[in-house]
Design a protein around this ligand. Structure first.
Ligand SMILES: [Zn+2]
Length: 785
C-alpha cells in the first residue's frame, strides 16, 4: 500500500526538524497519540519569558500535550545575572548552565526555544532602567524577529508591565509593542494572554487533569520539566494535592470579550480544512485519539498525499505545512514501530574540531533505502566493540597420558556490525546568529535521515543541540586573588585544563609572571586524552603585595590557550586571634577571601558541626544560602545558639526566604525573630547610610566609610529581612532610585548572652570575587568581635 505516494522534493526538503534529545520515544502508543494530535492542528503558541524558568510550563504542557499545539518559548536573556543555588558559577558560566537546563526542560516539554540575547544585568526594579540598558529599539527588533519567524496564533506570558523584575516588564512591553506594530500595518495580530487573578480570568486551564495517553497530570509533567532549572532552586517536590489552576486574560488587543477569550482555539488559523477539504479533514479528525488502526494509517497517508500534490502553496504557509507533514509521517512511523534514536557523543563540541552523532534506526528491517547523513557526509556503521579474549591461564586442562593433544581453541568470530547502528562526524559551524558565538547561545547540528516505509518516502531531520567550546580550555578556578598589603605570602592557586580533542596531547605548562610574583606549576606538563580529558593544575606562588604593579596578573598558557589570574593588593587588617568556623553554602567566594586574607578558618561539615568544640572559634560564619545547602543545620541550632550565648559571634550571610524562614522542622537559626522577605537594593551605586555610625561593627578593626561601598558590581544586596524583633538593630539603610522609601534590613545586629549575631544581606560575595577592598574590609569587621 501507499506506494503511489511521491512527495515533491521541495516539500521534503522542508520536512520538519523532529524534536530530538526529547524525553519521549518516537514510537509506541504515546508517540502515536501525540502525532495524531499534532496532525490535527497546525496551531502555534509563543510563550515569551524574560529568564530561563519564567516560562508558563503548566499551560505549555496542556497546550502541547492535550491539544497538540506547537509551543515555542522565547527567552529575552540567558539568565546570567541570576543566583546559583547549586554551585559557584555566576555570570557567563551560569548562563551556560542555564541554557543547558532550559534545553533539558524544553526537551521534556517538547517545545522549541528561541533566545533574544539581551544581557541579564541582575535584578532591575523598573522598565525604564531595563530599556535604558538594553535599548528599546534593540529589544523590539529582537522580539519582532521571533514573532515574525514563529508566526503564532496566540501569545502567552507570565509577565505584565507593572509587576516584578524590570526584565519581566520590558519583555511584556516589547511583545506588546510588536503586536501594536502589526496592528498598525494591518498584519495578523495574535492575542496576548497574560497571567490573571482567578477573579479576572477569561480563560482557565486545570493542570490537575490527567493526560489521556500518559496517565499523569499536566501539573506533574510540567513540574518535572520546570525543575530542570536546578540552579534556580530550591524547588519543592510536586504536590498532587495542590495542582492549582492557570488563569489568563487577553491584554492585547484591548477590549476582547470574555466569551471570545475563553474560546482560545478560535484564534488558531488552521489550514488543514482549507488545504484538504472539509470532508477529509473531518474524517481525519474523527480518527484522532483512536488507537493504531489501518484506517488511521490510511487516512494519514491520504492526507500526506493531499498535502503533497497541492501546488503551488503559499509562502507564508511553509512552516505550518512542514509541521503538519512531519506529524503525519510520525503517525506512520509510530504505527509501524519505527523510531530514529540519535544522540551526541559529547554535549560540547570544539570549535575547529569534530562532534559525533550516533544513530540507532529501530525497526531497520521494515525500511528500505535507509540513508543517514550529516552535512552531506554519510553515516557509517558503528564498529562493534571487540571484547578482550579471556583465557584461563591459571588452570590449564590436565593432560591425560596417551590422549591426543587438545584441539587449539577456535578463534572467536569477529563481531558483525549491526544494521541500523550508525555514526557520523561533523565539524562545528557557527549556526544561525553568530553575534553571540562566544556567548552561551547553543549551536545545533541537523541529521538527515531518509528511507521508505511500505513504499512511502520519509525524511526526518532531528536537530541536536550542543555547546561550542575551545579545543583546549584553560581556566583559573577564580578571577582574582587578594593579597594583603605589606605582606609577602605564599598561595597555592588552581586551574583546570580540559581537552576536547580526540588526539592525546602532552604539553608544557607556561607561566608568565611580572614583578612581585614567583610561581611554579605542579605539574609542569599536562597529558590529556579522551580517557582522561581534564587535569587539575596547581601553581605555588610567592607574592609580595607591595611589589605588584597595578595590573598584576599571573598568566598561564597550555597548548596555546591562555588564562590570566589577577592579583588585587588590599589594605586589610586581620585582628590576631580571629578564628572562623565556616559552614559552606553553594558559593566559595567568601571562603577564598578568608584564605586570601590569611584568616584562620575551618570548614565544618555535618559531623564537625555536631562534635567539634565550637568554643575554639571566635566566629561561626554561615555562608550565603548555607541553610539551603545544609538543611542539617536545623539539628545544630541549639549548639549554634549556645556558642553565641557563651560569647561567640555568629554571622549569617543572605538566604532566600524559603531557605531561612522558620517552619515546622526548619527552626530559626537566629536567637530572635527575623523574617526574610524579598526586598533588594539592585543599583550597585545605591546610596548607603550607616545608621549607627558609632557601632563597633563600623569601626573594628576598620573604620568603614562610603569609600568601601564605591565600585560595587551588579547590586548592593538581596532578600533583605522585612520583619525583625526589636532586639535587632538595623545598621544600614539603602534606597534604589525607584524606591519610595529606604529599607533597613540589609545588615542587622543583636547581642545575645555574652555573644552576638549578625545577619548580612549585602552581596559581599560578588564584590569579593572582584577583589574589592571595601568588601574585604567589611567582611573582616563582620567577623571580628
Ligand atoms: Zn525572571
Amino acid at each position: 500500500m501507499l506506494s503511489w505516494l511521491r512527495p515533491s522534493a521541495a516539500l521534503l526538503a522542508l520536512a520538519a526538524a523532529l524534536p530530538s534529545q526529547g524525553a519521549e520515544p518516537q514510537a509506541g502508543l504515546v508517540a502515536l497519540h501525540q502525532a495524531c494530535l499534532d496532525a490535527g492542528t497546525d496551531g502555534v503558541v509563543l510563550n515569551v519569558a524574560a529568564h530561563p524558568d519564567d516560562e508558563a510550563s503548566r499551560t505549555n504542557a496542556i497546550l502541547r500535550r492535550k491539544y497538540g499545539m506547537r509551543v515555542v518559548t522565547a527567552y529575552t536573556t540567558f539568565g546570567d545575572g541570576g543566583q546559583n543555588a547549586v554551585g559557584k558559577e555566576i555570570g557567563p558560566g551560569l548562563a551556560r548552565l542555564r541554557v543547558r537546563e532550559t534545553l533539558r526542560a524544553a526537551a521534556l516539554s517538547d517545545v522549541d526555544v528561541r533566545w533574544l540575547g539581551m544581557n541579564d544585568f541582575g535584578f532591575s526594579k523598573t522598565l525604564d532602567e531595563t530599556l535604558a540598558v538594553w535599548g528599546a529599539d534593540r529589544l523590539k527588533d529582537a522580539m519582532r524577529k521571533v514573532v515574525d519567524e514563529v508566526d503564532p496564533d496566540i501569545v502567552i506570558t507570565n509577565h505584565d508591565l507593572v509587576h516584578g523584575h524590570g526584565h519581566h516588564r520590558a519583555t511584556f512591553w516589547a511583545i506588546t509593542e510588536v503586536l501594536k506594530e502589526r496592528a498598525a500595518k494591518g498584519a495578523h495580530v495574535p492575542p496576548l494572554y497574560s497571567r490573571s487573578s482567578a477573579d479576572e480570568a477569561q480563560l482557565t486551564f486545570d493542570p490537575g487533569e490527567l493526560d489521556a495517553a500518559r496517565g499523569e497530570t499536566y501539573a506533574r509533567m510540567a513540574h518535572r520539566a520546570w525543575t530542570q532549572h536546578v540552579t534556580q532552586g530550591p524547588w519543592g517536590p510536586h504536590n498532587p494535592l495542590q495542582p492549582g489552576k492557570e488563569h489568563w486574560k487577553v491584554v492585547y488587543p484591548e477590549g476582547v470579550k470574555s466569551e471570545e477569550a475563553a474560546d482560545w482555539r478560535h484564534w488558531v488559523r488552521d489550514r488543514l480544512t482549507k488545504e484538504v477539504g472539509a470532508e477529509t479533514a473531518q474524517q481525519f479528525g474523527a480518527l484522532i485519539g483512536e488507537p493504531a488502526s489501518e484506517r488511521l494509517v490510511q487516512q494519514a497517508d491520504k492526507l500526506l498525499n493531499a498535502l503533497t500534490i497541492m501546488s503551488p502553496y503559499d509562502a507564508d504557509n511553509i512552516q505550518r505545512r512542514r509541521e503538519r507533514y512531519a506529524a503525519l509521517q510520525r503517525i506512520l512511523l509510530a504505527a509501524a514501530d519505527v523510531s530514529i534514536e540519535s544522540w551526541l557523543e559529547h554535549e560540547e563540541v570544539a570549535r575547529g574540531g569534530e562532534g559525533k552523532v550516533f544513530v540507532v534506526v529501530h525497526g531497520f528491517d521494515k525500511l528500505k533505502d535507509v540513508k543517514v547523513a550529516c552535512r552531506g557526509v554519510a553515516a557509517e556503521q558503528v564498529k562493534p566493540t571487540v571484547r578482550p579474549q579471556t583465557t584461563d591461564v591459571a588452570a590449564p586442562p590436565a593432560r591425560v597420558p596417551g590422549a591426543p593433544p587438545p584441539a587449539p581453541p577456535k578463534p572467536p568470530e569477529p563481531p558483525k556490525p549491526v544494521p541500523g547502528e550508525l555514526v557520523v562526524a561533523f565539524a562545528h559551524q557557527a549556526s544561525g546568529d553568530t553575534m553571540l558565538e562566544d556567548g552561551p547561545r547553543p549551536a545545533w547540528v541537523t541529521l538527515d535521515v531518509s528511507f521508505t516505509l511500505d513504499g512511502v518516502p520519509i525524511e526526518l531531520h532531528p536537530r541536536l543541540w550542543y555547546t561550542p567550546v575551545d579545543p583546549v580550555e584553560v581556566e583559573w578556578d577564580r578571577d582574582v586573588v587578594m593579597v594583603p598589603r605589606g605582606q609577602t605570602v605564599e598561595r597555592i592557586v588552581s586551574a583546570t585544563v580540559r581537552s576536547h580533542r580526540d588526539a592525546e596531547f602532552s604539553e608544557p605548562v607556561r607561566l608568565l609572571t611580572g614583578n612581585g610574583v614567583k610561581a611554579e606549576a605542579i605539574p609542569g606538563r599536562v597529558s590529556l586524552s579522551r580517557e582522561h580529558p581534564e587535569a587539575r593544575l596547581l601553581v605555588r606562588a610567592a607574592i609580595a603585595a607591595d611589589e605588584l604593579p597595578a595590573d598584576a596578573t599571573l598568566r598561564l598558557e597550555v597548548a596555546g590557550q591562555k588564562a590570566a589570574l589577577r592579583f588585587a593588593p588590599v589594605e586589610v587588617l586581620v585582628p590576631p586571634g580571629l578564628k572562623v568556623g565556616l559552614v559552606r553554602g553553594p558559593d566559595d567566594a567568601t571562603e577564598r577571601a578568608l584564605a586570601d586574607l590569611g584568616i584562620a578558618y575551618t570548614a565544618l561539615d555535618r559531623d564537625a558541626l555536631a562534635t567539634s568544640k565550637l568554643e575554639e572559634f571566635t566566629t561561626l560564619l554561615l555562608d550565603i544560602r548555607a541553610y539551603n545547602h545544609r538543611p542539617e543545620l536545623a539539628e545544630n541550632r541549639d549548639r549554634i545558639l549556645q556558642f553565641c550565648r557563651s560569647g561567640g559571634r555568629v554571622v549569617a550571610m543572605y538566604h532566600k526566604s524559603s531557605e531561612w524562614n522558620e517552619r515546622a522542622g526548619h527552626p530559626l537559626l537566629a536567637p530572635f525573630p527575623l523574617t526574610v522577605g524579598d526586598v533588594r537594593a539592585t543599583e550597585e551605586q545605591a546610596p548607603v547610610a550607616m545608621l549607627q555610625p558609632e557601632h563597633r561593627l563600623w569601626h573594628h578593626p576598620h573604620a568603614i566609610t562610603q569609600h568601601d561601598f564605591d565600585g560595587w558590581v551588579q547590586e548592593r544586596g538581596l532578600h533583605f529581612p522585612t520583619k525583625w524583633d526589636s532586639a535587632w538593630t538595623p545598621l544600614l539603610e539603602l534606597k534604589d532610585s525607584s524606591d519610595e522609601k529606604p529599607s533597613q534590613g540589609a545588615l542587622l545586629y543583636t547581642q545575645y548572652g555574652r555573644g552576638d549575631f549578625v545577619y548580612c544581606s549585602l552581596v559581599l560575595y560578588r564584590q569579593l570575587r572582584q577583589g574589592h577592598q571595601g568588601a574585604a574590609r567589611i567582611l573582616v569587621n563582620l567577623l571580628a568581635r
